[in-house]
Write a protein that binds this ligand. Structure first.
Ligand code: CP
Length: 291
């Protein structure tokens, strides 16, 4: 059974094929999966990923069955295994799942259904990783030797995990910034931690991460976060001419970045969202076929 659970499972060749295929879809290539059924099981809130997977499935002609975790038998104590085993019995081919537990998918291994991980706890977010790669590739046509600064809530970010693995594999140079206590051991193998002012003039990409207040036991003081670690207009003015600003969103305006920076000339935040639909079409095609 073909699944995409983590970006780590994809080879450089597979990643490049998925990027190329996403671009094909953006250019109007069509395929027909009208005989396949999809269900999007989101046990955590989402605007972009949920809507974008729905749009991708519809663009591929799939039949999309609705699922609302809040109105499901999960509230009667049904396990994730039993929910997914049930929808497989009903005839669903593809389950797109977002769940608060790291590696929730391990308990689903025996179920004969395709799974795409739409985010597991503090683990991975492979479809965000893929759309980020499509967006970077659009701008630079390569990953080799690019300097990419990943800035913000490294501790809770599944985006940082997926992007770090993928970008490092593809030959980019990674740097990290934000509160130093959020730069854990796992990032050391990918790149060093530096204050944002030491990075800003050198980076080709500044990738900001949302401060995930909902995952913090003790919410750190956010006053002065923008000044110390965030992207102010003054910092944007110091960036390289062709450099881009990314953020997986939702953004905390005035925290990770100044309000005026969200849609400034260097920002590709909304391009990322558009590319998300095509990247997800490529991922769905990948799991449903041998392409
Ligand atoms: N980037 C992202 O995962 O956004 P959502 O939480 O809105 O899906």
């Amino acid at each position: 059974m073909k699944n995409i659970l983590s970006i780590e499972q994809l080879s450089v060749g597979q990643i490049q094929k998925l990027i190329d295929r996403a671009i094909d879809f953006r250019n109007g290539v069509t395929v027909d999966f009208s005989q396949k059924k999809a269900m999007n099981l989101f046990f955590e809130d989402s605007t972009r990923t949920h809507t974008s997977f729905q749009a991708a499935e519809m663009n591929l002609g799939m039949r999309v069955l609705s699922f609302d975790a809040k109105g499901s038998s999960v509230n009667k104590g049904e396990t994730l295994y039993d929910t997914v085993r049930t929808i497989q019995s009903i005839g669903v081919d593809l389950a797109v799942i977002r769940h608060p537990h790291d590696e929730y998918y391990k308990e689903l291994e025996k179920i004969d259904i395709h799974i795409i991980n739409a985010g597991d706890g503090k683990g991975q977010h492979p479809s965000q990783g893929m759309l980020d790669l499509v967006t970077i590739f659009d701008h630079f046509k390569t990953f080799k030797e690019l300097k990419i600064g990943i800035v913000g809530d490294l501790r809770h970010s599944r985006v940082a995990h997926s992007d770090s693995y993928a970008l490092s594999k593809l030959g980019a140079h990674l740097f990290y910034s934000g509160p130093r206590e959020w730069y854990s051991e796992e990032y050391k193998k990918f790149g060093p931690h530096r204050p944002i002012d030491d990075l800003i003039e050198e980076m080709d990409v500044i990738m900001l991460l949302r401060i995930q207040k909902e995952r913090m036991q003790n919410v750190v003081a956010f006053e002065n976060y923008l000044e110390h670690h965030g992207l102010t207009v003054e910092r944007v003015n110091k960036m390289k001419e062709n450099a881009i600003i990314m953020h997986p969103a939702p953004v905390n305006r005035g925290v990770e970045l100044a309000d005026e920076v969200v849609e400034c000339e260097k920002s590709v935040i909304f391009e990322q969202m558009t590319n998300g639909v095509y990247a997800r079409m490529a991922m769905i095609e990948h799991v449903l076929t041998d392409k």
